[in-house]
Write a protein of this length. Sequence first.
Length: 385
Amino acid sequence: MLVTTGGGEQRVKILVLDTNVRYANPTPQSFLAALAQRADVVMGGLGYGIDTSDIRALERAHGRFDAIVGQTWMFGEPGVGQYGAVVPRDLRDHPAPKVLNLLQMDPHAFPEYQYKACVIPADLVLSTVASPQFRIADVALDAPEEWFDPQALLVRNPDLIDERWLMVPHCLSEDEFVAVGSIKKKVDVTVLGIKYRFRAKAIEHLHSRRNLSCATLDGAFQRVLYYATTRYSVQRRVDLTPWFYRRFQRAIAGSRISITCDASIGYAVRKFFEIPAFGSVLAARFFPEMAALGFQDGANCFALQEDRLERIDEIVGLLKSDSREAVRLARTGQEMVWNCHRATVRAEQFLTALEAVVNGTYGGTRWRDGRQSLLRHAQPKASLH
């Protein structure tokens, strides 16, 4: 059922089971913060200070929940460890739809036991990279990255990613955006993050060009910062995440173009969205469905290919010689991300899908030109409540 607020507005009441910690990747927090502004949300889990072990007891204090959104530990999967005390004992018996939040995880790395324990009982699965429309690129199977396991369950069985899988592409909060032109462009190109095969080749190409300046933020200092932002035990003592993120943000904002890729396996990684938001021009190795998320080669970004990296030189030459075109491209890219991929937009898209799940009309989603559309059942299914 839907909850009616005092002002007459219809919205769902949601229990969110999460971990109160900052991540180097801000998407999960930005998404949940925006969601809490648009729906009646109760936050619980590790670090939130409320007892979530008994949902019925929570409902006596907060009212009936229309949906429960949580990380894998909410299902009491094997090895929950420190989460044991906050795992709701009555989750599986509760009639509200269960939404599995995988925004911080790579689903294709799931072991089979985790799939059975968490994905099978979920009514909806949130992922930044996977849905029936967004699949692993064929090249991943032909020439995988070292970390990629071609024998993983969901790689071998892609049809297990069914219409319950809701693609929730990475999103940014409004305060993450950097106005175009507000930071001086001191570097021609940045290539940041994990050295996937394509990024490594791009860096090698750039280092061979004496007329191009390149920044990668490599080094011991960056490695220490990354370690500190990815360890919960460290964060409880000193939180360096804001410092880590500002350094990363300013490096991109201070470059003419910033290069990224799809992790070699067809993932819409967050840098696709961050680079335009930070006021730089995106140049990247794309995969076919990137256009569905609003990225258009030559209009708001540039597509690169492994066998034609000299296009990087051409792009930098264009942006150096024509400042008007450089500003136009940067602004067009940023406007697309602002209109299509802000956290507030993503929260509204999710609520539209969730309300369809609650009402029994949800049939999946599809993306086109940066917009999500809902597939609906002609007749509502039997009520989930």
